[in-house]
Ligand binder design. Sequence first.
Ligand SMILES: [Mg+2]
Length: 371
Amino acid sequence: MRIDSLDIHRVSMPLIYPFRTAFGNDEAIESVFVRMRSGGQAGWGEAASWRAPAYSPECAATQFVISRDFIAPLLLGKELESGMALQEALAGIKGNFFAKAAFDLAWWDLHAKLRGAPLWKTIGGEKPVVDAGADFGVMETIDLLLETMGKALADGYKRIKLKYRPGWDMDMIAAVRAAFPKAVIHIDCNSAYRLSDLVMFKALDRFKLAMIEQPLAHDDLIDHARLQAALETPICLDESITSPAKARQAIQIKACRWVNIKPGRVGGVTNALAIHDICRDAGIPCWIGGMLESAVGASHCVALATLPNVKYPCDIFPTSRFYRQDLGVPAMEHCAPSQFQASDRPGVGAEPDMALLKACGMEQVELPRNA
Ligand SMILES: [Mg+2]
């Protein structure tokens, strides 16, 4: 397909409750949307790197600049017959995976629409209904967490993910395990620890957690391999897996037994599929994570969650969990308790509400500028 035009929108999507990051409490999620046009058809992509570089080295402001000044000029007017061709066209740009991802997601939406097929079938998904888990951050008290978790389990959630960091750690997990001895639980450390915390991690083995997500530095593989060798509990890598090459290296040195695939973090659907296949071939199961995207980005996550090597409930949420109104339509809603269904419409099945895209807009550009 020939890329006729590209629109890039940086937006701020107000949250119902502030989201806690290393830089304080964010009242909104900053995200970047891309509309890619070819032959009278348009596809949409979204990648949310957030206001500050708290999760990865990128943030929405840098994502917008890299998208406008470096990525779009490399794609405009080009014939891109595959997601891999798009990735190869951008190979000269180092890093900036979220920036690349929004274009890659738009390409896949457009590609599936031009074929007249749903995205989940286009990428080899096997079943349109996918499981989602429940996630809980740091709360005011452990009692409040236990009460909230009890409701989630009663609502049918098959697994619980808990944020885990200094001050909200061993005592919390001990109380949770005592209250829910059989529940499938894992913790996400978001890179808060170092290898010198090995003794603490070994002490977690007795709680039979499903996995420990990203315990060590955001860009580390080597120390994770040393930690994994010392633990019974599987390690799941999130932040560290930014590309298919990183996934291959992590598996080679046994740095993890699970991989959380986020399409934004890895540069899009193309690389998500490659990582999925590398993991499948190595016997490493995956699941799909997200960045609190609107229904546009989240619908790409649902499509990826239909892949056969996705073996654990994913981080996909109904709109009502974080937003009063979803910037994407249709909004995210469960099709059954703790489940979502991939759209059967051509493409990914969601696109922005244009009035809301404008209302939430921080900066935007239409390319070519004289289009
Ligand atoms: Mg994580």
